[in-house]
Design a protein around this ligand. Structure first.
Ligand SMILES: [Zn+2]
Length: 292
């Protein structure tokens, strides 16, 4: 019988963790990944573990309020940013956070990531905003990406790291790879002294291609300019006080739960990371919570 979706995700986290560690995108116990299994159930990497040496049973389960509901290791406080994204983006299934050095260098220098330079980056990344600095693990940290969260897929966190979203762990990981490689190539080109840009006709082709493969780009429907550095916020994305967890800024449960590895999801024969139709259910939950 095929693994349950949850077990596939746990294994995928081990695999992308190994790659992320080998590629130097994290040091020590840095980084965290999560995947939304159901409308109110997320499987995530725990705190205090090297992402290069994880086992499937190391993962923890958390609800959208930030309560740990499974796993014998401890939840990371940075899960708050993941939960914030899931609440704002019902279609997002996976969030990956790491510290890829060339990309983070832009976030330290507060140097905007230029656009219209490399075709792959235009299609796979789109505009990359730099969120203002906030203390890691707080709700303020989680909300630092609020102005852009609705319609961007990759974010830099000032003086900290990078966050990407995706349909599944590999989709998110590939986006992280594109971000880091793009940042590295930009630095090399800057050292050579010249960064040439694509013209608007070429960009129009790329944005159309991106749309055809089912990926929205904020430049097609918002007022962020196609090229340049500016990444405009989307108005009225985050409304303070309207999110249920806004009312409680209590620390996320710290006590490790005694429960062993949570029983796998009901075993279902389905394709790896097939996307079940949870969107409407999630919307309904968000409506009930008064978020939409
Ligand atoms: Zn971090």
């Amino acid at each position: 019988m095929a693994d349950s979706l949850q077990m596939e995700v746990r294994k995928a986290f081990c695999e992308i963790g190994r790659r992320i560690w080998q590629k130097d995108y994290v040091a020590s116990n840095d980084g965290n990944f999560s995947y939304r299994l159901e409308e109110n159930l997320v499987v995530a990497t725990p705190t205090m573990i090297s992402k290069g040496f994880m086992q499937p049973e190391d993962m923890v389960l958390v609800d959208l309020e930030g309560n740990q509901v499974g796993g014998h290791r401890r939840l990371t406080s940075e899960i708050r940013m993941h939960l914030f994204i899931y609440r704002e983006r019902p279609e997002v299934r996976c969030v990956v956070h790491a510290h890829p050095p060339h990309a983070v260098a832009f976030a330290i220098a507060r140097k905007p990531v230029p656009r219209c330079v490399l075709a792959e980056a235009e299609v796979n990344l789109g505009p990359v905003p730099i969120a203002p600095y906030a203390t890691t693990g707080t709700w303020e940290f989680a909300r630092s990406i609020a102005p852009w969260v609705k319609n961007h897929d990759a974010f830099l966190l000032a003086s900290h790291g990078a966050v990407v979203v995706g349909h599944d762990p590999f989709d998110a990981f590939y986006r992280l790879e594109t971000l880091e490689q793009y940042a590295r190539i930009l630095m090399l080109a800057m050292q050579l002294g010249e960064v040439n840009t694509l013209d608007l006709a070429a960009m129009e082709d790329l944005l159309r291609l991106k749309e055809r493969i089912g990926s929205a780009d904020p430049r097609r429907h918002g007022d962020t300019p196609v090229c340049g550095n500016e990444v405009r916020p989307t108005p009225a994305v985050w409304q303070p006080g309207k999110m249920s967890f806004e009312r409680t800024d209590a620390p996320i449960t710290d006590a490790p739960k005694a429960s062993p590895l949570a029983p796998p999801q009901e075993a279902r024969e389905r394709n790896l990371f097939a996307r079940p139709d949870i969107e409407e259910a999630t919307r309904e939950t968000l409506r009930r919570l008064g978020i939409e």
